[in-house]
Design a protein around this ligand. Sequence first.
Ligand code: ADP
Ligand code: ZN
Length: 734
Amino acid sequence: MLATDPPEFFDEGTPCGVLTAEPLDRVLDYLAPEGGAWMGAFVEVPLGPRRVLGVVWGKAEGSFPRHKLRPVIRVLDVAPMRAELRDFLSRVADYTLTPLPAMLRLATRVPDLGSGPAMRKLLYRGESLPARMTEAREKVLAVCDSYGGAGLTPGELAQAAGVSSGVVRGLVQANALIEREAPRDQPYPRLDPARTGPVLTEDQEAAATALRAGVQGCGYGATLLKGVTGSGKTEVYLEAVAECLAQGRQALVLLPEIALSAEFLTRVEARFGARPAEWHSGVTLSERRRCWHMVGRAEAQLVVGARSALFLPFRDLGLIVVDEEHDSSYKQEEGVLYNARDMAVLRAAMGSAQVILASATPSLETWANAEAGKYARLDLVARFGPNELPQMRAIDLRVEDMPTNRWISPSLQAAVTARIVEGEQALLFLNRRGYAPLTVCRACGHQIECSDCDARMVEHRFLRRLVCHQCGASRPMPEACPSCEAEDRLAPVGPGVERLEEETRALWPKARVAVLSSDLFGTARALKEQIAAIAAGEADIIIGTQIVAKGHNFPALTLVGVIDADLGLSGSDLRAAERVFQLVRQVSGRAGRAEKPGVALIQTSQPEHPVIRAILSGAEEEFWRSEAAQRKTLGMPPFGRLAGIVISAPALEPAFALGTELARADAPLRAIGAQVFGPAPAPIARIRGRHRVRLLVKAPKGAGLQAAISDWLRPHKLKGDLRLSVDIDPQSFF
Ligand code: ADP
Ligand code: ZN
């Protein structure tokens, strides 16, 4: 240890630096309490008149005379935050230009940390039914059943069922629910890595062996595991998880849309004999608490989680799997703007862990890292079992006879009918929620827009409302045009999934139709149930937005119809081509996963477009190579770096003025060879009543982008209502 290293332990009465989750721009000095404090200890400290949570972060700053320092109130009964996690939070803060307190908030999103009794009352289903049954009571019992005997607190139960606490109390009195004392954070059942998995194919075994060897090495390594949908990527990376658990280290699997991944949890249970810990927005607060504490005590061996699981206090993390690594939901677009995939690689590198990035259609970044030799690459080329990849064909909309306001071409219609006759399922894919993306007055041409955003209102017929997809504002569907007041002249333009459903029901009145769109379900649980019902064959035609593209197994599904493959192709977005390619390939891969072969029919008006041709031919490497070549020429990511700056304010003028001021003072950026573009009104020029102005910084690959941006922004103070956000490696440009 160097002499300048901070001590690992602060004796009682010595000054120490404490990081709090409060929005302050520095670490504060306090005196260590009675008994002293370890570095990383979770503490409660006085801040003005309040008590706040903090972590002992380092040496005291020393800017305050010692006799004026206040002592730490108490050290919480929680394992101190390990140096590895503290360093990781600091690195993510530096990388994303996020203040450290915001990082600490991200790492401590857990209810009543370090307080509360060790025991608490949980409710379980009793033997008897209440004498009087009401709808509310039925709901409570149904929720209780759906948790499969897990036990919930009265508050959680009332909330999950959407009833008052009185209803729950009534059921306890009627002995339909029983109270039992339970330890607050029950340990998870042991996962048994020694249980044998399926017999792997030769390809799979080769990949699994390589991944196991990586884990055995106990050091850092990153691997792209690329394989078509259904090739057994999950089986293969579970082998790496098994190896990691066998070594007594912890593993983390990140999934997009984790709340929906019931199937994955079942597979883990089948493989290891018990369910893993879960960390995502769909779990109850007490489950969150349990997970956080158990992870910190190394009593959770495997966590399956959403992106924020990356900030859990693992004791000894040996492996991180990022499944569907290309998924754009790994990028958090609000608050701390970080990409969980990239930060997973960072955490693995800092903690001597392995990271596996799995995808059928990797992001160009990951593909390029593998090309450059930074990541190892393993390929699974064939689907498991006798089933083959779906045949892909285009339906040329220019030659189809399409009646107005219809989106299912005669060719697609015939194909769907043929499936239904066979008792198989068809999926119609349209990545647009709601009924129609646009509502126009046929009398005056007025388009209904959100009053707070520069965005059109989308009709949601199911809700009978117009909804703004930017800010979520909604209002009842008006009878008359808000502009010219003509009645009954408002007309929907273009299709959304709800409108497609209407067309589908008209074409196949006897078919069972299921719509999967994130907004049609109150809860993740309801959506999960719908997905299970479809998998069990309870639908003939499935209509879905992009949530169907993600890892669900529908064994009877043999036809996928992509309603509009051109959607998104025309976008100016850097990743437009990549996204269309990924999404259409991904959704097509849903067809024919069991014994029956699948077909994917792609409706397009430009079948000769290079992206559509690449989708149809499956010439993936060529597609990536040509995308990469284009980006290289332009110096765009991953061959150059970008940062997006958004300035917003209630009025346009001050936002623009600051943008102009920044653009002029670009010397710190030029010093690293970076350029700044803008200011320009953002593509969505107003959200929630705030005008938005964008700047884009483009830098050469190796340049010190974050430091330069800090230097550049520092002299410009934000006055009044101005807000500024920096998005390093932006994924979206709205
Ligand atoms: P991917 O993750 O690449 O989409 P999965 O791992 O989900 O692929 O595999 C697809 C299906 O094939 C799953 O139902 C899986 O259980 C099954 N499967 C894959 N490999 C094997 C194997 N070696 N033995 C038995 N079943 C397998
Ligand atoms: Zn709005």
